[in-house]
Design a protein around this ligand. Structure first.
Ligand code: DD3
Length: 324
Protein backbone atom coordinates (compact mmCIF):
# COMPACT_ATOMS: atom_id res chain seq x y z
CA UNK A 1 0.00 0.00 0.00
CA UNK A 2 2.84 2.38 0.81
CA UNK A 3 4.21 1.53 -2.62
CA UNK A 4 0.89 2.06 -4.30
CA UNK A 5 0.33 5.38 -2.57
CA UNK A 6 3.76 6.61 -3.58
CA UNK A 7 3.19 5.63 -7.16
CA UNK A 8 -0.25 7.26 -7.29
CA UNK A 9 0.89 10.32 -5.43
CA UNK A 10 3.96 10.88 -7.54
CA UNK A 11 1.98 10.54 -10.75
CA UNK A 12 -1.52 11.80 -10.21
CA UNK A 13 -0.92 14.63 -7.78
CA UNK A 14 1.83 16.36 -9.69
CA UNK A 15 0.17 16.05 -13.10
CA UNK A 16 -2.04 18.82 -14.43
CA UNK A 17 -5.73 17.93 -14.33
CA UNK A 18 -6.00 17.60 -18.11
CA UNK A 19 -3.28 14.95 -18.26
CA UNK A 20 -4.84 12.97 -15.45
CA UNK A 21 -8.17 12.82 -17.28
CA UNK A 22 -6.54 11.73 -20.55
CA UNK A 23 -4.65 9.01 -18.69
CA UNK A 24 -7.73 7.56 -17.02
CA UNK A 25 -9.76 7.49 -20.24
CA UNK A 26 -7.05 5.34 -21.74
CA UNK A 27 -7.43 2.47 -19.27
CA UNK A 28 -11.01 1.83 -20.29
CA UNK A 29 -12.40 4.34 -17.82
CA UNK A 30 -13.69 1.63 -15.54
CA UNK A 31 -13.13 2.43 -11.89
CA UNK A 32 -11.62 5.88 -12.19
CA UNK A 33 -13.55 7.36 -15.09
CA UNK A 34 -12.97 10.74 -16.66
CA UNK A 35 -14.83 13.65 -15.12
CA UNK A 36 -18.54 13.13 -14.60
CA UNK A 37 -21.05 15.83 -14.03
CA UNK A 38 -23.89 13.79 -12.63
CA UNK A 39 -24.13 15.93 -9.52
CA UNK A 40 -24.73 19.13 -11.48
CA UNK A 41 -28.36 18.01 -11.86
CA UNK A 42 -28.69 16.73 -8.28
CA UNK A 43 -31.75 18.21 -6.60
CA UNK A 44 -31.60 18.19 -2.83
CA UNK A 45 -34.75 16.95 -1.11
CA UNK A 46 -33.45 16.95 2.45
CA UNK A 47 -30.28 16.79 4.51
CA UNK A 48 -30.54 13.47 6.35
CA UNK A 49 -27.61 13.96 8.70
CA UNK A 50 -24.48 16.07 9.00
CA UNK A 51 -21.63 16.32 11.42
CA UNK A 52 -19.27 19.23 11.87
CA UNK A 53 -16.94 16.95 13.81
CA UNK A 54 -16.90 14.16 11.21
CA UNK A 55 -17.00 16.70 8.39
CA UNK A 56 -19.59 14.83 6.41
CA UNK A 57 -23.12 15.34 5.14
CA UNK A 58 -25.73 12.80 3.99
CA UNK A 59 -28.21 14.19 1.47
CA UNK A 60 -31.43 12.73 0.09
CA UNK A 61 -32.19 14.06 -3.37
CA UNK A 62 -33.14 13.33 -6.97
CA UNK A 63 -30.87 12.48 -9.89
CA UNK A 64 -32.77 12.57 -13.18
CA UNK A 65 -36.07 11.67 -11.49
CA UNK A 66 -34.54 8.83 -9.49
CA UNK A 67 -34.22 8.82 -5.71
CA UNK A 68 -30.62 9.22 -4.62
CA UNK A 69 -28.50 9.47 -1.50
CA UNK A 70 -25.26 11.42 -1.76
CA UNK A 71 -22.61 11.31 0.97
CA UNK A 72 -19.92 14.00 1.02
CA UNK A 73 -16.93 13.73 3.33
CA UNK A 74 -13.76 15.75 3.78
CA UNK A 75 -10.77 13.45 4.10
CA UNK A 76 -7.82 13.53 6.53
CA UNK A 77 -4.49 15.17 5.79
CA UNK A 78 -1.54 12.99 4.88
CA UNK A 79 2.07 13.80 5.67
CA UNK A 80 3.32 13.05 2.18
CA UNK A 81 1.08 15.70 0.66
CA UNK A 82 2.39 18.52 2.89
CA UNK A 83 5.28 19.69 0.66
CA UNK A 84 2.92 20.21 -2.32
CA UNK A 85 0.32 21.78 -0.05
CA UNK A 86 2.75 24.34 1.39
CA UNK A 87 4.48 25.20 -1.85
CA UNK A 88 1.35 25.46 -3.99
CA UNK A 89 -1.10 27.29 -1.72
CA UNK A 90 -2.18 30.90 -1.32
CA UNK A 91 -2.81 32.25 2.20
CA UNK A 92 -5.41 34.92 2.95
CA UNK A 93 -5.12 36.55 6.34
CA UNK A 94 -8.24 36.44 8.49
CA UNK A 95 -6.93 38.04 11.66
CA UNK A 96 -3.70 38.73 13.46
CA UNK A 97 -3.34 39.29 17.20
CA UNK A 98 0.03 39.30 18.97
CA UNK A 99 1.81 36.07 18.05
CA UNK A 100 -1.45 34.52 16.76
CA UNK A 101 -2.83 34.68 13.24
CA UNK A 102 -5.48 32.75 11.33
CA UNK A 103 -5.75 32.30 7.58
CA UNK A 104 -7.89 30.82 4.88
CA UNK A 105 -5.62 28.62 2.82
CA UNK A 106 -6.47 28.09 -0.83
CA UNK A 107 -4.93 24.79 -1.77
CA UNK A 108 -4.05 23.50 -5.24
CA UNK A 109 -7.02 21.98 -7.05
CA UNK A 110 -6.13 18.35 -6.26
CA UNK A 111 -6.30 19.00 -2.52
CA UNK A 112 -9.90 20.10 -2.78
CA UNK A 113 -11.20 16.62 -3.57
CA UNK A 114 -14.15 15.51 -1.47
CA UNK A 115 -14.88 11.81 -0.94
CA UNK A 116 -18.29 11.31 -2.54
CA UNK A 117 -20.56 8.27 -2.43
CA UNK A 118 -23.67 8.10 -4.58
CA UNK A 119 -26.46 5.55 -4.08
CA UNK A 120 -28.86 5.71 -7.04
CA UNK A 121 -31.55 4.58 -7.39
CA UNK A 122 -31.81 4.61 -3.60
CA UNK A 123 -34.54 2.70 -1.79
CA UNK A 124 -36.57 3.92 1.18
CA UNK A 125 -34.24 1.77 3.31
CA UNK A 126 -31.17 3.66 2.10
CA UNK A 127 -32.81 6.98 2.91
CA UNK A 128 -33.83 5.79 6.37
CA UNK A 129 -30.41 4.28 7.06
CA UNK A 130 -28.74 7.68 7.01
CA UNK A 131 -31.42 9.62 8.90
CA UNK A 132 -30.40 10.64 12.37
CA UNK A 133 -32.54 8.57 14.70
CA UNK A 134 -32.65 6.99 18.14
CA UNK A 135 -31.51 3.39 18.57
CA UNK A 136 -33.05 0.75 20.81
CA UNK A 137 -31.44 -2.44 22.06
CA UNK A 138 -33.24 -5.64 21.14
CA UNK A 139 -32.60 -9.05 22.71
CA UNK A 140 -33.32 -11.67 20.08
CA UNK A 141 -33.64 -15.29 21.21
CA UNK A 142 -33.11 -18.17 18.80
CA UNK A 143 -36.90 -18.49 18.55
CA UNK A 144 -37.29 -14.76 17.89
CA UNK A 145 -34.87 -15.15 15.01
CA UNK A 146 -36.94 -17.98 13.50
CA UNK A 147 -40.34 -16.32 14.05
CA UNK A 148 -39.58 -12.60 13.61
CA UNK A 149 -36.22 -11.77 12.04
CA UNK A 150 -35.88 -14.55 9.45
CA UNK A 151 -39.41 -14.04 7.99
CA UNK A 152 -38.71 -10.28 7.83
CA UNK A 153 -35.46 -10.88 5.92
CA UNK A 154 -37.13 -13.37 3.56
CA UNK A 155 -40.00 -10.98 2.78
CA UNK A 156 -37.71 -8.07 2.01
CA UNK A 157 -35.08 -10.12 0.21
CA UNK A 158 -32.51 -7.31 0.46
CA UNK A 159 -30.27 -7.19 -2.58
CA UNK A 160 -26.66 -8.32 -2.30
CA UNK A 161 -26.05 -7.84 -6.02
CA UNK A 162 -23.02 -5.67 -5.29
CA UNK A 163 -21.50 -8.53 -3.24
CA UNK A 164 -22.02 -11.00 -6.09
CA UNK A 165 -20.45 -8.46 -8.48
CA UNK A 166 -17.32 -8.42 -6.31
CA UNK A 167 -17.15 -12.23 -6.06
CA UNK A 168 -17.63 -12.55 -9.84
CA UNK A 169 -15.09 -9.78 -10.63
CA UNK A 170 -17.79 -7.70 -12.31
CA UNK A 171 -16.97 -4.78 -10.01
CA UNK A 172 -14.01 -3.60 -7.95
CA UNK A 173 -11.82 -6.43 -9.29
CA UNK A 174 -8.70 -4.21 -9.31
CA UNK A 175 -9.32 -3.31 -5.64
CA UNK A 176 -8.99 -6.91 -4.43
CA UNK A 177 -6.12 -7.24 -1.95
CA UNK A 178 -6.29 -11.00 -1.54
CA UNK A 179 -8.42 -13.89 -2.72
CA UNK A 180 -8.73 -17.50 -1.71
CA UNK A 181 -10.90 -18.90 -4.53
CA UNK A 182 -11.96 -22.07 -2.70
CA UNK A 183 -15.78 -22.33 -2.90
CA UNK A 184 -16.14 -23.60 0.70
CA UNK A 185 -13.44 -21.81 2.73
CA UNK A 186 -12.46 -19.09 0.25
CA UNK A 187 -13.09 -15.35 0.37
CA UNK A 188 -12.28 -12.02 -1.26
CA UNK A 189 -10.52 -9.33 0.80
CA UNK A 190 -10.81 -5.70 -0.33
CA UNK A 191 -11.00 -2.17 1.08
CA UNK A 192 -14.41 -1.17 2.34
CA UNK A 193 -16.10 1.80 0.66
CA UNK A 194 -15.68 3.85 3.79
CA UNK A 195 -11.89 3.83 3.55
CA UNK A 196 -10.25 6.10 0.99
CA UNK A 197 -6.93 4.20 1.39
CA UNK A 198 -4.94 7.43 1.65
CA UNK A 199 -3.84 6.84 5.26
CA UNK A 200 -3.55 3.73 7.42
CA UNK A 201 -5.12 5.25 10.57
CA UNK A 202 -8.65 4.42 9.43
CA UNK A 203 -7.80 1.18 7.61
CA UNK A 204 -10.99 -0.75 6.85
CA UNK A 205 -11.18 -3.91 4.76
CA UNK A 206 -13.88 -6.53 4.35
CA UNK A 207 -13.54 -10.23 3.69
CA UNK A 208 -16.50 -11.56 1.70
CA UNK A 209 -17.02 -15.33 1.80
CA UNK A 210 -17.35 -17.11 -1.54
CA UNK A 211 -19.96 -19.36 0.00
CA UNK A 212 -23.43 -17.84 -0.55
CA UNK A 213 -25.60 -19.71 1.94
CA UNK A 214 -24.54 -18.03 5.18
CA UNK A 215 -26.66 -14.95 5.80
CA UNK A 216 -25.15 -13.86 9.09
CA UNK A 217 -23.64 -14.85 12.44
CA UNK A 218 -26.96 -16.64 13.23
CA UNK A 219 -26.32 -19.26 10.51
CA UNK A 220 -22.84 -20.19 11.72
CA UNK A 221 -22.19 -23.71 13.01
CA UNK A 222 -19.03 -25.69 13.76
CA UNK A 223 -18.96 -26.92 10.15
CA UNK A 224 -18.03 -23.33 9.21
CA UNK A 225 -14.95 -23.28 11.46
CA UNK A 226 -12.51 -23.98 8.59
CA UNK A 227 -13.96 -20.99 6.70
CA UNK A 228 -13.79 -18.68 9.72
CA UNK A 229 -10.27 -19.74 10.69
CA UNK A 230 -9.16 -19.30 7.10
CA UNK A 231 -10.55 -15.75 6.93
CA UNK A 232 -8.96 -14.82 10.26
CA UNK A 233 -5.54 -16.20 9.44
CA UNK A 234 -5.18 -15.43 5.74
CA UNK A 235 -6.97 -12.09 6.04
CA UNK A 236 -4.55 -10.89 8.71
CA UNK A 237 -1.55 -12.20 6.77
CA UNK A 238 -2.64 -10.43 3.59
CA UNK A 239 -3.15 -7.12 5.42
CA UNK A 240 0.24 -7.38 7.15
CA UNK A 241 1.87 -8.12 3.83
CA UNK A 242 0.17 -5.29 1.94
CA UNK A 243 -0.04 -2.57 4.60
CA UNK A 244 2.68 -3.57 7.09
CA UNK A 245 0.20 -3.68 9.97
CA UNK A 246 0.74 -6.63 12.35
CA UNK A 247 -2.19 -8.94 13.06
CA UNK A 248 -2.36 -7.84 16.69
CA UNK A 249 -3.18 -4.30 15.58
CA UNK A 250 -6.28 -5.44 13.74
CA UNK A 251 -9.84 -5.65 15.04
CA UNK A 252 -11.44 -8.57 13.19
CA UNK A 253 -15.18 -8.92 13.70
CA UNK A 254 -18.68 -9.59 12.38
CA UNK A 255 -21.72 -7.38 12.75
CA UNK A 256 -25.01 -8.57 14.12
CA UNK A 257 -27.32 -7.44 12.61
CA UNK A 258 -25.14 -7.02 9.52
CA UNK A 259 -25.97 -4.34 6.94
CA UNK A 260 -26.06 -7.02 4.21
CA UNK A 261 -26.98 -10.67 4.58
CA UNK A 262 -24.01 -12.41 2.98
CA UNK A 263 -21.27 -13.58 5.33
CA UNK A 264 -18.52 -10.96 5.62
CA UNK A 265 -15.89 -10.05 8.18
CA UNK A 266 -14.62 -6.55 9.04
CA UNK A 267 -10.92 -5.76 9.49
CA UNK A 268 -10.23 -2.35 11.05
CA UNK A 269 -7.17 -0.82 12.68
CA UNK A 270 -7.19 -1.02 16.46
CA UNK A 271 -6.93 2.70 17.26
CA UNK A 272 -9.68 3.60 14.80
CA UNK A 273 -13.18 3.76 16.26
CA UNK A 274 -14.86 2.51 13.12
CA UNK A 275 -18.63 2.93 12.87
CA UNK A 276 -20.25 -0.29 14.14
CA UNK A 277 -17.21 -1.52 16.09
CA UNK A 278 -18.74 -1.10 19.54
CA UNK A 279 -19.94 -3.89 21.83
CA UNK A 280 -23.63 -3.76 20.89
CA UNK A 281 -22.94 -4.72 17.28
CA UNK A 282 -19.46 -6.24 16.92
CA UNK A 283 -18.53 -9.88 17.57
CA UNK A 284 -14.80 -10.59 17.49
CA UNK A 285 -14.06 -13.37 15.02
CA UNK A 286 -11.71 -15.11 17.46
CA UNK A 287 -14.52 -15.21 20.06
CA UNK A 288 -16.96 -16.50 17.44
CA UNK A 289 -14.52 -19.29 16.56
CA UNK A 290 -14.09 -20.31 20.21
CA UNK A 291 -17.82 -20.19 20.93
CA UNK A 292 -18.48 -22.49 17.97
CA UNK A 293 -15.71 -24.82 19.16
CA UNK A 294 -17.47 -25.15 22.54
CA UNK A 295 -20.96 -25.41 21.08
CA UNK A 296 -21.78 -25.92 17.40
CA UNK A 297 -25.26 -24.46 17.98
CA UNK A 298 -24.03 -21.44 19.97
CA UNK A 299 -25.21 -18.78 17.53
CA UNK A 300 -28.39 -20.64 16.61
CA UNK A 301 -29.54 -20.85 20.21
CA UNK A 302 -28.16 -17.93 22.22
CA UNK A 303 -30.04 -14.68 22.70
CA UNK A 304 -28.16 -11.97 20.81
CA UNK A 305 -28.47 -8.26 21.58
CA UNK A 306 -28.24 -5.60 18.89
CA UNK A 307 -29.38 -2.03 18.31
CA UNK A 308 -32.19 -1.17 15.89
CA UNK A 309 -33.01 2.34 14.75
CA UNK A 310 -36.41 3.88 15.36
CA UNK A 311 -37.35 3.68 11.67
CA UNK A 312 -36.12 0.11 11.09
CA UNK A 313 -38.93 -2.15 9.92
CA UNK A 314 -37.52 -4.98 12.03
CA UNK A 315 -38.03 -2.94 15.20
CA UNK A 316 -41.74 -2.65 14.39
CA UNK A 317 -41.89 -6.45 13.97
CA UNK A 318 -40.41 -6.93 17.44
CA UNK A 319 -42.97 -4.48 18.84
CA UNK A 320 -45.85 -6.19 17.00
CA UNK A 321 -44.75 -9.54 18.45
CA UNK A 322 -44.83 -8.11 21.96
CA UNK A 323 -41.08 -8.59 22.33
CA UNK A 324 -40.45 -4.94 23.22
C1 DD3 B 1 -23.52 0.13 1.18
C2 DD3 B 1 -23.01 -1.63 2.86
C3 DD3 B 1 -22.91 -1.23 1.41
C4 DD3 B 1 -24.66 2.63 0.87
C5 DD3 B 1 -23.33 2.49 1.02
C6 DD3 B 1 -22.74 1.24 1.18
N1 DD3 B 1 -17.42 -1.84 0.26
C7 DD3 B 1 -21.10 -1.34 -0.22
C8 DD3 B 1 -21.48 -1.46 -2.59
C9 DD3 B 1 -20.15 -1.69 -2.84
C10 DD3 B 1 -19.70 -1.57 -0.44
C11 DD3 B 1 -18.71 -1.62 0.59
C12 DD3 B 1 -24.88 0.26 1.04
C13 DD3 B 1 -21.96 -1.28 -1.30
CL1 DD3 B 1 -22.33 3.87 1.04
C14 DD3 B 1 -25.46 1.51 0.85
O1 DD3 B 1 -21.53 -1.22 1.08
C15 DD3 B 1 -19.24 -1.75 -1.76
N2 DD3 B 1 -17.93 -1.97 -2.02
N3 DD3 B 1 -18.99 -1.46 1.88
C16 DD3 B 1 -17.06 -2.00 -1.01
N4 DD3 B 1 -15.77 -2.19 -1.29
Amino acid sequence: MADKREADGAEAESLPVRVKIAKTEEDGGREEDGPEHILSEFQTVRVLRDSAREKNIFIHGKLADEEAVVILEKTPFTEDSLPDLFSGSVLRLEMKNDIYSTYRLQAPLLFNEIKTTVVCPATEKHVKKYQRQESYLVEETGEDYQSITLPYLQQHNFSVQWVHNILEKKAEAERIVYEDPDPKVGFVLLPDFKWDQKQLDDLYLIAIAHCRDIKSLRDLESEHLPLLKNILQKGKEAITERYCIPGNQLRVYLHYQPSYYHLHVHFTKLGYEAPGCSVERAHLLSDVIQNLQSDSQYYRTRALCFPLRAEDGLLQRFKDSGRL
